[in-house]
Design a protein around this ligand. Structure first.
Ligand code: MTE
Length: 325
């Protein structure tokens, strides 16, 4: 299928906002459908990794997380090459293999994260403060994209709960809103104002954000995160579809109402606020029952809550997960 990439659409072609918006929705839909249907075939035929893209630096003193709330994953880890060269980071490109080369000079120092809203101690943290919030731990998690592919990634990070503890949410706070950097000087699709409404935003219920499995990742495979994976820090919520894992975060706000999230705002029929991995609730245009594990042949069954049901199902007791998809 030949799809003109949104970042190739010239401003002069944009006449009417409604026509433009509906074309963007169509193009995105077409891209996601193509990805969902074609992932296995494309992967197997073009799996030679692109060597471009910044490598990380070794992180000292990474503890191995353990305990009943953090289950061990028996599945083989996805290779570093695949994790770092098959990426979704639409600010740079909608082509998974172009993200790494386009993001390779992304500047991640100095970096600050502003935490505001319903908190007793609002604060702007610089990256070094954040890296000292809690001991860095390795967390090997399944990563399931809504496009029906998956990986197993050894993240390095710290619980988001530790960061939230530091700002002391007020008793009114019930949600956490997160925002990515949107820098037109460094991000081609932000510069052209194409693909999505920038900045990319995401959100969680406060109890989801405080869950021990929810982490701020600062590295993978024992090294600092490469730009294409969301350097210098991104969210990882392993029981939710990958698009909840917002990259290159610059702002966090505690609120008392459900925050706007990029994909839900863009297409509410297809992407909900919760977006828990659920093989029983198909995407309107493809099945979510199975997935392609990148680096493997064939398809695997998708697991409810991505296999983390024992840890997280109680967060949703009494909720109809078809309605709150
Ligand atoms: N965050 C931002 N800012 N921009 C994005 O385009 N893509 C999301 C998520 N976070 C995205 C983002 C999607 S769709 C997925 S599947 C994961 O990042 C991909 O993470 P990975 O490239 O590290 O596998």
């Amino acid at each position: 299928m030949l799809i003109k990439k949104p970042d190739e659409i010239k401003a002069s072609e944009i006449t009417d906002k409604d026509i433009y918006t509906s074309r963007r929705v169509f193009l995105r839909g077409a891209m996601l459908t193509a990805t969902a249907l074609g992932t296995g075939w494309l992967y197997r035929h073009f799996a030679t990794p692109n060597q471009e893209g910044a490598a990380g630096e070794k992180i000292a003193d990474v503890k191995t997380a353990s305990g009943a709330s953090i289950p061990a994953i028996p599945d083989a880890r996805t290779s570093y090459e695949d994790i770092t060269h098959y990426n979704n980071f639409y600010e740079f490109s909608t082509d998974k293999r172009l993200v790494a080369p386009r993001a390779k000079n992304f500047i991640t120092r100095p970096w600050t994260v502003e935490v505001t809203g319903l908190v007793h101690k609002p604060k702007t943290f610089d990256l070094d403060d954040l890296l000292k919030i809690a001991p860095l731990e390795e967390r090997v998690y399944r990563h399931r994209c809504v496009e029906a592919w998956s990986m197993v990634i050894p993240w390095v990070g710290f619980p988001l709960a530790k960061l939230l503890d530091a700002v002391q949410p007020t008793s009114q706070a019930t949600y956490v809103a997160l925002q990515s950097l949107a820098d037109p000087n460094q991000m081609p699709n932000v510069r052209s104002g194409s693909v999505l409404d920038w900045p990319y935003v995401e959100g969680l219920r406060l109890d989801e954000a405080l869950h021990p499995l929810t982490i701020m990742a600062t590295g993978l495979y024992g090294e600092t995160l490469p730009p294409q994976n969301g350097a210098p820090l991104r969210l990882v919520v392993p029981w939710k579809y990958g698009f909840k894992g917002i990259k290159s975060i610059v702002k966090i706000r505690l609120t008392d109402s459900e925050p706007t999230t990029t994909w839900n705002h863009d297409n509410p029929q297809e992407y909900g606020f919760y977006s828990n991995v659920n093989p029983e609730v198909d995407h309107p245009r493809w099945s979510q029952k199975t997935e392609v594990r990148i680096g493997e042949f064939g398809r695997r069954d998708t697991l409810m809550f991505n296999g983390y049901g024992e840890q997280v199902a109680s967060l949703y007791s009494g909720m109809d997960l078809r309605k709150y998809y």
